[in-house]
Design a protein around this ligand. Structure first.
Ligand SMILES: C[S@@+](CC[C@H](N)C(=O)[O-])C[C@H]1O[C@@H](n2cnc3c(N)ncnc32)[C@H](O)[C@@H]1O
Length: 499
């Protein structure tokens, strides 16, 4: 498709064209819940990276000098920063969920905005992240576990058919789109599909249905943020305009802390709702980044018409729960065996306290939920799932992190992720490794260590990387191969460089 059609709406056209022809600089967002940005920037700069802050986005830095890829560091493996387009890092601060809020991310993978929202929620409240594509669910999980978030429930399923039972304070609707705003990744070329073809009609129908569902799932007074990374008004203002025409909602005009243009009220022959002027368009030259459309809506009282309600698995709120929200059960799905599960969890927590010196205050924020033969640790104080009908078009795949799993004797032992989440709260049996030692360990050549036999926490560059075991004075790694591989590769390159 010809980008020229946007000449009349994109301010400073020459700068826009000049920008999209240049490669996009890498930007990274520091995960501020776990680390101070100054610590990350100092460590990266000592490693040869040059960073400059992106004005208006306090936790985002542009990589202006890089001895290698910004993902090729131990800090990145630790999940202390996320490589994210500067334009997309605008989103979470606009929704601005308070710690403790109930938040839904309707199109979540690979999780740039989910992890940013979770970060801003300070590990409190409940963030439900929905994704329809199974492969992308895996990518989402990888990013959530790497960044060690515990208040996120990952739901595999179609956001259009989520049940109505529980209402959220905020819903992010980052819909699938023609992604013209990411054209710098393709040397300035769009994907070449006309905005009036069959592909676009199907796409815009899907976008509208997702937005309508988002509004249905938001409590009156709550907010929905509609986002695309495309310039096409057909996928942006036109979709929101149609919804504004019959749904109880209003545009909340945006004032962003970064350069941007207003939403459109007309394009070519089409007129849009006048309130769309309060939406925002970020073009690549605004932040030397990608393109983004954002429209913030407030849900009002009243019924939101759905374009096709017949496919929706709607459910009435279940009695005894406030608006469909309930305390997470000890056993999920709930049923017989809850008392037994509670006893097994208590034993596992006792072992954790005794072996690793973890104090009660580090464990207080978690709830423990047994599923199958594992126990999950999450900090969602409540969740909407009890009101969602069984066998619907959705499946809970993850609640926080998998915290305990059975060993060969069927005793629950702490997972790598739990030790990483607890990090500094693991006070005993820490084994500090140099990069060379960590590499040797991951290659199966564990060093001799002066610590008694038994489980240990492996520590690299000040943070726990996972669980190890000492036998006959020799250290072994118990980090799963798939998880260890990227770390091993980072370390191999570091050792080759002689870092
Ligand atoms: C623009 S991407 C989301 C990017 C993500 N929010 C982030 O910041 O990393 C859109 C995502 O929506 C997913 N998707 C498409 N249709 C969906 C649906 N009906 N329900 C849930 N997810 C859907 C796509 O698979 C894709 O992963």
């Amino acid at each position: 498709m010809n980008i020229e059609r946007y000449r009349s709406i994109i301010p400073d056209w020459d700068r826009f064209v000049e920008t999209i022809e240049r490669p996009e600089p890498t930007t990274l967002r520091v995960c501020t819940r776990r680390v101070d940005p100054a610590e990350v920037t100092a460590r990266l700069e000592a490693d040869g990276f040059g960073l400059e802050p992106v004005d208006g986005l306090e936790d985002v830095f542009r990589v202006v000098e890089r001895p290698r890829l910004a993902s090729d560091t131990v800090l990145h493996w630790h999940g202390l920063y996320y490589i994210q387009q500067a334009s997309t890092a605008v989103v979470a601060p606009v929704l601005d969920p308070a710690p403790g809020a109930r938040v839904l991310d309707l199109c979540a993978a690979p999780g740039g905005k989910t992890t940013h929202l979770a970060d801003r929620m300070g590990g409190r409240g409940c963030l439900v992240a929905v994704e329809v594509n199974e492969n992308r669910v895996r990518a989402l999980l990888g990013n959530l576990y790497r960044t060690a978030h515990t208040n996120v429930l990952v739901v595999s399923g179609d956001g259009r058919s989520l049940p109505d039972a529980a209402l959220f304070d905020h819903v992010l609707t980052d819909v699938p789109c023609s992604a013209e705003g990411t054209l710098r990744k393709r040397g300035g070329k769009t994907r070449g599909r006309a905005p009036t073809g069959k592909f676009h009609r199907r796409l815009t129908r899907r976008q509208e249905r997702l937005l309508r569902r988002a509004l249905r799932l938001t409590r009156p007074g709550g907010t929905v943020l509609y986002v695309t990374c495309t310039f096409a008004p057909e996928e942006n203002e036109a979709v929101v305009s149609r919804v504004l025409a019959d749904a109880p909602t209003e545009v909340v005009p945006l004032t962003l802390p970064v350069p941007h243009a207003s939403g459109l009220t007309a394009f070519e022959e089409e007129r849009f709702h006048p309130a769309l002027e309060g939406a925002a368009r970020i073009y690549p030259h605004h932040l030397d980044s990608g393109g983004l459309f954002l429209c913030l809506l407030r849900r009002l009282e009243g019924e939101v018409p759905d374009t096709d309600a017949s496919q929706d698995a709607m459910a009435a709120p279940v009695g005894g729960m406030e608006g469909g929200w309930a305390a997470p059960p000890v056993l999920y799905p709930p049923g017989d065996g809850e008392a037994e599960a509670a006893r097994a969890i208590e034993r596992a927590l006792d072992d954790l306290r005794t072996t690793f010196g973890v104090q009660d205050e580090a464990l207080e924020r978690f709830r423990w939920t047994a599923r199958g033969d594992s126990v999950w640790a999450h900090s969602a104080g409540e969740w909407p799932l009890a009101g969602w009908p069984e066998g619907g078009h959705w499946r809970l795949v993850s609640a926080g992190v998998r915290a305990f799993g059975p060993d060969a004797q069927r005793r629950l032992r702490p997972s790598n992720d739990l030790l990483r989440v607890l990090d500094a709260a693991v006070r005993e049996r820490r084994v500090e490794l140099t990069e060379g030692e960590a590499l040797a360990l991951l290659e199966g050549r564990g060093p001799a260590v002066a610590i008694g036999d038994g489980p240990v926490a492996l520590v690299l560059e000040g943070h726990v990387i996972g669980r190890g075991d000492v036998r006959d004075g020799r250290l072994r790694s118990e980090i799963a191969k798939a998880r260890a591989r990227p770390l091993r590769e980072v370390l191999e390159r570091a050792v080759q460089r002689g870092d």
